[in-house]
Design a protein around this ligand. Sequence first.
Ligand code: FES
Length: 162
Amino acid sequence: MTRLEPRAHELTVGQLAERSGVAVSALHFYESKGLIASRRTAGNQRRFARDTLRRVSFIKVSQRVGIPLSEIKEALATLPEGRTPTVDDWARLSEQWRGHLNARIAQLQKLRDDLTECIGCGCLSLSKCALANPYDRLGEEGPGPRRLLVREAGDPAGGPCA
Ligand code: FES
């Protein structure tokens, strides 16, 4: 892994790929979807501002925890264009995502901790179902594993996080 020259303010797509660990083809895809942007040289080569590394890292980690690209794009759209985002800019993005991420964390924790319990899915296959979901009473509430779903704060339908 070649360490980037600290004074380098612009990166080639190869440098961006190597330092971020994201394939060049994926960077081209992110650019085609408007998640990142570059300028073109006289020779029509892409040059990315160095702070694109932070955006690509944000995309990579967000995707790793299952957040759809559409939501990642919405979040990145809150960052200013044409200048390097400041701590305050990222704090604003983070604040907007807090509720969503908390719901995801809660969902992951329930998935980790509650699989030995009745999850209210209608299968009635565990002895615990008789107590927790007699005659699949929870099916009247709606589809899915009613006791495993985490409802996102402010979701009037009480639907699970996406
Ligand atoms: S685990 Fe499916 S209904 Fe209880």
